[in-house]
Design a protein around this ligand. Sequence first.
Ligand SMILES: Nc1ncnc2c1ncn2[C@@H]1O[C@H](COP(=O)(O)OP(=O)(O)O)[C@@H](O)[C@H]1O
Ligand SMILES: O=C(COP(=O)(O)O)[C@H](O)[C@H](O)COP(=O)(O)O
Length: 312
Amino acid sequence: MSRPIILGIVGDSAAGKTTLTKGIAQVLGPENVTVICTDDYHKYDRKQRAEIGITALHPDCNYLDIMQQHLSQLRTGQPILKPVYSHTTGSFEPPVYIKPNKFVIVEGLLGYSTRGARDSYDVKVYLAPPESVRAQWKVKRDTQKRGYTEEQVLEELRKREPDSEQFIRPQRQWSDIVVSFYPPNDEVEQINGHLNVRLVLRPTIPHPDFLQIINYGDGHLESAIRLGLDRDMSKPVDVLEVDGHATLEQVNKLEHIICGDMPHLKSICDREGNPELGKVAGTTGETIQSYPLALTQLLITYHMLKATQNYQ
Ligand SMILES: Nc1ncnc2c1ncn2[C@@H]1O[C@H](COP(=O)(O)OP(=O)(O)O)[C@@H](O)[C@H]1O
Ligand SMILES: O=C(COP(=O)(O)O)[C@H](O)[C@H](O)COP(=O)(O)O
């Protein structure tokens, strides 16, 4: 059976969904990927939300039923007529006709909030940076790109917190992988391209055999790349951590574990052929290269390609 492979990327506003999506789309080949942002399913425009006093995070503020219908249609390869919400104007634009490519990435706030929607994905990722990091990212992005002042963004975060707690964060439980970029030693003021990543790997999908990394016996490797067992939302999980200061050599070993499992797909591990991998906008708009981000993008791509072996 051949059908599109669907990746979900869910997380709160400015958790890093768009940044993560970019590198993955580039490795898979932009021409093979359809990206859907579920903000397009908002029920009210910015002005109406302010009048009603509802946040974009509340399920009642979104057409989740239509989002779910569209996801099932995309999963069977059918086209959809997708609404369009503009973050620039805060209002809706004419809908667009979308025919799914081989891979579909669905990113947004409430992607796992209904059972029907959850059933549509092949791979489910949840982004969970520490709240202090997310606040910094949101202030930076919304002041630079969405025309808000810092005070407005901080006030909006305060207003949204009850909905974040009630509707966004519980969705973590449905994900196959939880991704958290975090500063070393809690140095939140100094967040830059050297963030570490903590990857919670649930046994809901088969991950590459990372146990090999603890067999290398390389002291530096052990300290910069760590694998362990833990519990997440009370369920047993593997946890892979990669430091922002890991060397290229250390990171390459991890990449080989991911890519070695797919001999016919070696091109995904070709750094030069995938220049977007691990790239992120720094505090002043400069481009930073992050190995932890590159590895995260590679691991998720691995799962997308694995899924094609079952369905394409
Ligand atoms: N892995 C990361 N490392 C460093 N900065 C990041 C990372 N992910 C996101 N950011 C920063 O946070 C901002 C918001 O991220 P974005 O991907 O737009 O979030 P979302 O799509 O979830 O709203 C970006 O402009 C970027 O500067
Ligand atoms: O929380 C988000 C989602 O976007 P993202 O996850 O990219 O931050 C936006 O703030 C809402 O869609 C409201 O839009 P606006 O900010 O335009 O009113």
